[in-house]
Design a protein around this ligand. Structure first.
Ligand code: NI
Ligand code: MN
Length: 228
């Protein structure tokens, strides 16, 4: 299986397994980095890490139009049901489920999760995707945590990590995360969208290359595609 990953800017990504399209945290319309409009997206699944506007984004519109199944924590799933999105799959931290595209597990993330209208958004999460022959950890919005060492025991092919600082890990903590996670490759996300998170991904790539020469950093600009 080949996995194509398309960056939609910020930490919005589209995973395409060839058979299934999985949209992660689809912040499109209000995203200054976005190069597309939400109406071109026809995912089979939408996976949400937490309730903040820069992650929920255009979920309601895309889900209603496409009929995609939305995978999110229990509270966000209920909130979506109340906003006219009926096709949801609620999960919670530590739980995994075998979807047609592969197993998906929710992990902890140290962050917050209020929804755009002020509703309680439950706890924020990270995600581990166990695709056929390819394991991906999507950290979501989080600070550094030592339990990333446990996630590293999964023998990750790819870790997608925030580096923006201010709201999440910055470059120096993300570098420590690489040491805990020991992935083959990393993709930095959640930087450059707003002034407060203006990091240089090429500088981060150099930091990783100097400390972990076996780890490849893939800098994926909005609209760019990475193929496993
Ligand atoms: Ni957030
Ligand atoms: Mn965020």
């Amino acid at each position: 299986m080949e996995l194509n990953i398309i960056s939609l800017g910020h930490s919005a990504l589209l995973f395409d397994t060839g058979k299934y399209k999985i949209l992660i945290d689809p912040f499109i319309n209000e995203n200054p980095k976005s190069t597309i409009k939400p109406d071109v997206l026809n995912p089979d699944y939408i996976v949400i890490t937490h309730g903040h506007g820069d992650h929920i984004g255009d979920t309601i519109e895309i889900a209603k139009r496409s009929g995609a199944k939305v995978v999110a924590n229990f509270e966000i799933s209920n909130w979506l049901n109340g906003n006219g999105v009926s096709n949801t799959h609620p999960m919670n931290i530590g739980g995994s489920f075998e979807f047609p595209f592969g197993k998906l597990k929710q992990t902890i993330a140290h962050h917050s999760s209020i929804l755009p209208d002020g509703s309680y958004g439950g706890n924020p999460s990270g995600l581990i995707f166990y695709f056929e022959n390819f394991k991906v950890y999507f950290a979501g919005d989080t600070g550094l945590f030592l339990d990333m060492k446990l996630i590293g025991e999964e023998e990750l092919d790819l870790a997608i990590l925030p580096i923006g600082d201010n709201f999440t890990m910055g470059p120096s903590d993300a570098l420590k995360a690489v040491g805990f996670l020991n992935p083959k490759k990393i993709i930095p996300v959640h930087y450059g969208t707003f002034d407060a998170i203006g990091q240089d991904p090429e500088k981060f790539k150099d930091m990783v290359g100097a400390k972990y020469p076996d780890v490849e950093t893939v800098v994926l600009r909005a609209g760019a595609k990475y193929c496993s």
